[in-house]
Design a protein around this ligand. Structure first.
Ligand code: C2G
Length: 133
């Protein structure tokens, strides 16, 4: 059985998130997702997530392509997470290209292209603009 692992904040869930999760799942038989904790997201993006870590976990876990979720507490703990969930493949968006190549001694590392023209930031900005106009 091939286990795939991937990570992200998945705030204001959108089709770009869904597509990378579906593509990740198609690389194996089981998909495990590390959802960034509120504290990790704050340090990574310098802003608070709209939805709390428990809401983001609940949403991601409800997707058909996702088998298991856990809270990702630190970017530096990837090796530990890959080992804990016995992952054979690590998937990251290609904005992280090269960043996790050091894990290729314990799993295959794949960087998948992001879906163009959509992001959590763009959705938030769109809503803010529309709400005030
Ligand atoms: N994504 C995508 N297309 C988009 C937007 C996002 O494919 N238009 C992907 C990202 O590349 C990432 C996942 O969706 O793989 C989650 O995106 P974010 O919530 O922005 O997560 P990120 O900050 O990349 O977190 O350990 C690393 C981090 O936790 C990854």
């Amino acid at each position: 059985m091939t286990t795939v692992i991937t990570f992200g904040t998945f705030d204001v869930l959108h089709v770009g998130h869904l597509r990378i999760l579906e593509r990740s799942r198609s690389l194996g038989d089981r998909l495990v997702v590390g959802v960034s904790s509120d504290a990790l997201n704050q340090s990574k993006k310098n802003r608070q997530a709209i939805f709390s870590e428990s809401e983001r976990c609940e949403l991601v876990a409800a997707l058909r392509c996702v088998d298991e979720v856990f809270l990702e507490e630190s970017l530096e703990r990837k090796r530990e997470y890959v080992q804990k969930y016995a992952a054979n493949v690590l998937v990251m968006g290609d904005d992280w290209r090269g960043k996790f190549d050091s894990l290729s001694d314990i799993c295959r590392v794949e960087y998948l292209p992001r879906t163009p023209s959509i992001s959590t930031t763009a959705v938030i900005e769109h809503i803010a603009r529309t709400a005030t106009s």
